[in-house]
Design a protein around this ligand. Structure first.
Ligand code: ZN
Length: 361
C-alpha cells in the first residue's frame, strides 16, 4: 500500500535562478541563442543577456528515464527533437507554454547521474555551463549553433514536427494542488475473469491493468494519491472494489474497461464513458471522454451516458466507467494491442481526471 502513497515521484531536486532582470516582453523570441552538450558531458548555453533561467530534474520511473530541463523566457518558433547518443536518448526544444522555451535532455534508462552535485554556472551575462555526466564511452557532442533560424526556414516544418513529437508525459498535464486528492482507479475484471476477448486473443484484463498502472504513475507525478483496486491478475468481486473506495473516502473513482460487441463484429468500434448520476460524475465522464477521443482519431464517439453498473452505482464519490475501445473492432483492436496507444489512452484519462480535479477544487 505504501507504494501507492508515494507522491514524491516528481521531484525538482535542483532549482537555480539567476539574475533578476527579465527580458522585455516586446522581445518575445527565445532567449536561448545556442547550446552544446560537449564530449565531456558539459552542457553550455548562450542566451540573451540578463536572462532568468530555471533548471529542473525529474528522476526516472518505469515509463520514462531521467530528465533534465531548462526553461527560458521567449517563445521558440520551431519545436524539435534531436537524436542523442551515449547516455542521451534525445534532446528536445519546445514551448511548454506561450512565450517560453524549454530545452529537455532525456537520458536513457540505466544512466547513473548525480543531480545533487549539479550546478548551473553563469560564465558571464549570456553564457552558462553545467556538467551533467561523465562519459564512460566516447560521446559525440550534440549542439545547435543557432537556435532560432530565419522565420522562412522554420515555417515549412513547424507544424508537423510539433504535432509528431508532442509526448505524452506528466510534464504537459494540468497541475492540481499537491497531496490534496485521492483517486481510485479500478482496472476491470482480473484473474479467472479476463473480460472481453478480442481480435487475436487480446484480453481486456491485461489491457486495462496496464492502462491503470500508467494512469497511476502519471497522476502520482502530479501529487495525486492513487490507489488501484487490483495490481495484478487476481479474482476480485465488484463489492470489494466499491467498499475499498468508500472506506478510504476517495475523491473520485474511475473504472477502466474495454468493450466487445455481440457477434464480435469487426465494424463496431468506439469509446464511451458512463456515470450513474449527479453533475460531478457527468462532468468527470465528459472530461475523460473528450480526452480519450482526442487520442483515438476515427474511432466513433459513443458518448457520455448514464449507466447502472454496480461499481459506479454503489460508490459514494463521483464515479465513472470508461470503455476505451472495442477489442473486437478492427480499428480499436489494432490500436489497443500497441503499448504506445495504451500510454496515450492512460495519458488521456489522467488529463481528464486532472482537469476535473482542477475545476472542482
Ligand atoms: Zn469490462
Amino acid at each position: 500500500m505504501a507504494k501507492f502513497l508515494n507522491s514524491k515521484l516528481f521531484r525538482c531536486l535542483s532549482v537555480f535562478i539567476f539574475l533578476n532582470s527579465t527580458i522585455s516582453p516586446l522581445k518575445s523570441s527565445s532567449a536561448l541563442a545556442a547550446w552544446e552538450l560537449d564530449n565531456n558531458g558539459v552542457l553550455e548555453l548562450r542566451t540573451k543577456s540578463n536572462t532568468n533561467l530555471k533548471a529542473y530534474f525529474q528522476k526516472s520511473n518505469q515509463i520514462f528515464g531521467d530528465r533534465f530541463w531548462i526553461d527560458f523566457p521567449g517563445e521558440l518558433r520551431n519545436p524539435r527533437t534531436i537524436k542523442g547518443n551515449g547516455p542521451i536518448k534525445e534532446i528536445r526544444l519546445g514551448k511548454p507554454k506561450k512565450g517560453s522555451t524549454r530545452l529537455v535532455i532525456e537520458f536513457k534508462e540505466a544512466t547513473d547521474l548525480s543531480p545533487l552535485t549539479w550546478r548551473l554556472i553563469g560564465l558571464n551575462q549570456n553564457r552558462w555551463k553545467i556538467k551533467l555526466f561523465k562519459p564512460k564511452y566516447p560521446f559525440k557532442k550534440i549542439s545547435e549553433g543557432v537556435v532560432e533560424k530565419s522565420i522562412r526556414n522554420v515555417k515549412a516544418n513547424q507544424k508537423s514536427t510539433y504535432i509528431k513529437k508532442r509526448g505524452h508525459d506528466s510534464l504537459q498535464l494540468p497541475n492540481v494542488k499537491q497531496n490534496k486528492y485521492s483517486v481510485v482507479i479500478d482496472p476491470g475484471h482480473g484473474g479467472p475473469d479476463p473480460g472481453a476477448i478480442g481480435i487475436g486473443g487480446l484480453r481486456e484484463t491485461d489491457i486495462v491493468l496496464e492502462v491503470a498502472k500508467i494512469v497511476e504513475k502519471l497522476l502520482s507525478e502530479k501529487g495525486v494519491k492513487v490507489r488501484l483496486t487490483r495490481k495484478n491478475e487476481v479474482d476480485l468481486d465488484l463489492a470489494p472494489r466499491v467498499s475499498f473506495a468508500n472506506r478510504i473516502d476517495a475523491d473520485i473513482f474511475v473504472s477502466i474497461h474495454a468493450n466487445a460487441s455481440r457477434g464480435k463484429r469487426r465494424d463496431i468500434n468506439g469509446l464511451e464513458t458512463f456515470y450513474y448520476r449527479g453533475w460531478r460524475g457527468r462532468l468527470l465522464a465528459k472530461r475523460i471522454q473528450k480526452e480519450i477521443l482526442r487520442v483515438s482519431p476515427g474511432s466513433p464517439d459513443r458518448g457520455v451516458k448514464q449507466g447502472r453498473f454496480y461499481v459506479i452505482k454503489n460508490t459514494k464519490m463521483p464515479a465513472v466507467l470508461v470503455e476505451i475501445g472495442f477489442l473486437t473492432g478492427r480499428l480499436d483492436a489494432r490500436r489497443l494491442e500497441k503499448t504506445t496507444h495504451r500510454k496515450r489512452i492512460a495519458y488521456a484519462i489522467s488529463k481528464g481526471i486532472l482537469e476535473y480535479l482542477s475545476k472542482i477544487r
